[in-house]
Design a protein around this ligand. Structure first.
Ligand code: 3PG
Length: 397
């Protein structure tokens, strides 16, 4: 794909797809990470003499104008990240948008209203995409985290205009490639989370690509059940036990070692500070539930990490939002952070819960790369083509 460096942007209005779908409470942005991450792209476009017109979605208004989902509310956070005034158009297409674009001077930045206020955005309607394209002369997509959507602003525009990837898109793709595309081996994947059923495609793809797969969280319980182990009142998808067994069998044939908990933290209640104990993974009392991995499991994961060169992580190992059931996730995160600092491990993580857990463990800055993406990160790990990336690759050919 083209990058901004490959593009001629001088004197052009550059439609720049960004993902500023950030958490907002009472009209205030509570985590500006995604906004901060687009700054290098905006600056790079300006440095090349282009004028960025930012195009984005916010939340899921389903093709209608919903006032609480206006992008206007992120303007202050965007201006403070960019260190400059940002103009705003109340429409993404049509008269208001055209007038706002016509008034732009070199050095300006314009943000268009939520593209998802228009039904043509999500249906990737050709007429809507053409109306967007008419506003500028080039298209930069910096929204990796929305690249799994084949929408007008993420995919359609790439077929209508000279296109390239923004700096964040480039960094995301390079990081993911170094973790799964062409990684330093051995590679370990840590996959946690509640359900096997939502991560089946992920597990099937990973056992073909990685050398070690650590399974944690509620989904590990389903694997324990698959091995005939009783898990008491733990969260487990008993109807997925056969599928879990198939994954274990397939992993044997692909040479991927699967690591399940060998000891677990159990409690009778799921609440902060509930009395808990550590038991072997095959000794969960009938009236208790597994809420975290135990210290021997953590030690085993550390050993796997020490033997690997690359780590890719999605999903916490236990009920990390509630203490003390965050212990395994914290300890494993710290081990990964240390090996990364020592230059022994390339560590890439993504997904909302995972990033929250790494922030909570205080190690997010030590990882080699933290993706801004949730759904897109997962689909990429599942081995799926992301439409927003595929169109950029096709544009280069
Ligand atoms: C996200 O928050 O993961 C992206 O902005 C995509 O949002 P969506 O799931 O509403 O398409």
């Amino acid at each position: 794909f083209n990058t901004i460096d490959d593009m001629d942007l001088a004197g052009k209005v550059v439609l720049t797809r960004v993902d500023v779908n950030v958490p907002v409470e009472n009209g205030q942005v509570t985590d500006a990470t995604r906004i901060e991450k687009i700054v290098p792209t905006v600056k790079a476009i300006q440095d090349k003499g282009g004028v960025p017109v930012l195009l984005a979605h916010f939340d899921r208004p389903k093709g209608k104008r919903v006032d609480t989902m206006s992008l206007r509310q992120i303007l202050p956070a965007l201006e403070s990240a960019l260190g400059q005034k940002v103009q705003f158009a109340d429409e993404a297409i049509g008269g208001d948008a055209k007038r706002a674009v016509a008034g732009l001077q070199p050095g300006d930045v314009l943000l268009l209203e939520n593209a998802r206020f228009y039904p043509g955005e999500e249906s990737n309607d050709a007429t809507f995409a053409a109306s967007l394209a008419a506003l500028g002369q080039a298209y930069v997509n910096d929204a990796f985290s929305a690249a799994h959507r084949a929408h007008a602003s993420t995919e359609g525009l790439g077929r209508l205009m000279p296109s390239g990837a923004g700096k964040l898109m480039e960094a995301e793709l390079n990081a993911l490639d170094s973790a799964l595309g062409d990684p330093d081996r051995p590679v370990v994947a840590v996959i946690g989370g509640a359900k096997v059923s939502t991560k089946l495609d992920l597990l099937s793809n990973l056992i073909e690509k990685v050398d070690h797969l650590v399974i944690g969280g509620g989904m590990a319980n389903t694997f324990l059940v698959a091995k005939g182990i009783e898990v008491g009142k733990s969260l487990a998808e008993r109807d997925m036990a056969d599928t879990a067994r198939e994954i274990l069998d397939k992993a044997q044939s692909t040479g991927c070692s699967i690591h399940l908990p060998v000891d677990v933290v159990v409690a009778r209640e799921f609440k902060a500070g509930a009395p808990s104990e550590v038991v072997p993974a095959n000794a969960c009392p009938a009236d208790a539930m597994i809420l975290d991995a135990g210290p021997q499991t953590v030690a085993a994961i550390r050993e796997v990490f020490a033997a690997c060169r690359t780590l890719i992580w999605n999903g916490p190992l236990g009920a990390f939002e509630i203490e003390p059931f965050d212990a395994a996730t914290n300890a494993v995160a710290q081990a990964a952070a240390q090996l990364t600092r020592e230059g022994k491990l390339v560590s890439v993580a993504g997904g909302g819960d995972t990033v929250a857990a790494l922030n909570k463990a205080g190690v997010a800055d030590d990882f080699s790369f933290i993706s801004t993406a949730g759904g897109a990160f997962l689909e990429w790990m599942e081995g799926k083509d992301l439409p927003g990336v595929a169109v950029l690759v096709a544009a280069k050919r």
